[in-house]
Design a protein around this ligand. Structure first.
Ligand code: NAP
Ligand code: 8YV
Length: 324
């Protein structure tokens, strides 16, 4: 496709290698160390028509380009991209939904079981020689049996988690801004009401101003002393100080966290919490799923420039149409 080969696509920061290879083979690829317009040559700022990224793309970076048409985000969560600003300026933003849904739901349920049944600690017990020297690992205070699950963010991934919990025999309730049509799970109009009605809260809500520190001290108190909190969504949705305090003083039983507010930095108080199971943001991190995300990220750009339409626009830019 020679026409595509003349289109300048900027990749700031790191990106999945398969995406980089496809972009290089299809477009005129320009790499920047990070999303800082000062690092780009003036002709790149003038000529670039697309950005593909898995890093923060703010309004200043967007505004630095004079002919930018589309930003392809690697990841379904696009809270790091100023999509509202892009949409207001007629710039399309795409993300990578669906292709990671089942993988992330698998991870969420794995994290829940690890948290409640302490499987990583039990394995460490064996590897450290304690099984021989001291006997079996302790009976876990936590169990999935008899639990009631609440999902904060019953969207694509939330539904996939709910289906898995159905199979585990756990009743499911949820909180979104509005009830989901055609779903029989109990709806709670506030997060604190949901937390009060369940003992297992799973957050898979997007990041951003509307969900900033939504899981706060009140929510954790409502969850109660047998409460388990799982976060597979975004770290910014949690008041991490309140969570560490709740874990330390028994306000809740345990937490399983795949995401943190300031990744890759994890607060010391959470690292110190014996009753927290911590993962380094691996929800979608299999070779299979990351490659599918890379393909969808690039396919959005190919479709935009070859067919004139994005495959998976984010809601804030769904109105944006390709000019001539
Ligand atoms: P989705 O289909 O858009 O679902 C998001 C859900 O959150 C929707 O049901 C939405 O319902 C609800 N929601 C949004 N804003 C809300 C608010 N202010 N208050 C209450 N509910 C709200 O997205 P998805 O594909 O399931 O992905 C969800 C999130 O998971 C992503 O945004 C990303 O942050 C995270 N994620 C993490 C990993 C990982 O590796 N850990 C991987 C993939 C995704 P309403 O619009 O009706 O409120
Ligand atoms: C990715 C994610 O690992 O899709 C998302 O929203 O959080 C993960 O699947 C991440 O976006 C890539 O850095």
């Amino acid at each position: 496709m020679p026409a595509l080969q003349q289109i300048v696509v900027v990749v700031p920061g790191r990106l999945h290698e398969h995406a980089v290879q496809r972009l290089g083979a299809t477009f005129r690829l320009v790499r920047l160390d990070k999303a800082d317009a000062a690092l780009a040559a003036p002709e790149v700022l003038r000529e670039a028509r697309a950005v593909a990224a898995m890093t923060t793309i703010d309004a200043a970076f967007i505004d630095a380009f004079s002919h930018l048409e589309i930003i392809a985000n690697f990841g379904v969560g696009y809270d790091a991209v100023d999509a509202l600003h892009a949409g207001r300026n007629g710039i399309m933003v795409t993300n990578t939904p669906d292709v990671l849904t089942e993988e992330v739901a698998d991870t969420a349920v794995g994290l829940l079981i690890n948290t409640v049944r302490e499987l990583p600690k039990a394995e460490k017990w064996l590897r450290d020689g304690n099984w021989v020297a001291r006997g079996g690992y302790r009976l876990t205070p936590g169990t999935l049996r008899g639990r009631k699950a609440g999902i904060f963010g019953l969207g694509r991934i939330g539904m996939a988690i709910a289906r898995r919990l159905d199979a585990f025999g756990l009743p499911v309730a949820y909180h979104n801004r509005r009830p989901v049509e055609g779903v029989s799970y109990a709806y709670h109009p506030s997060l604190v009401a949901l937390a009060g009605a369940v003992d297992t809260l799973i957050s898979v809500a997007p990041g951003g101003p509307a969900t900033q520190k939504a899981v706060n001290a009140d929510v954790l108190k409502a969850l109660g002393p047998d409460g388990v909190f799982i976060n597979i969504g975004r770290g910014s949705t949690v008041d991490e100080e309140a969570l560490a305090a709740a874990l330390a003083d028994g306000t809740i039983l345990a937490a399983g966290l795949d995401v943190f507010a300031d990744e890759p930095r994890v607060p010391q108080a959470l690292l110190d919490a014996e009753n927290a199971c911590l993962l380094p943001h691996v929800g979608s991190a299999s070779v299979h799923t990351r490659r599918a995300m890379a393909d969808l990220c690039v396919d959005n750009l190919v479709s935009w420039f070859a067919e004139g339409r994005a495959l998976t626009p984010v809601p804030e830019t769904a109105h944006v149409r390709k000019g001539t």
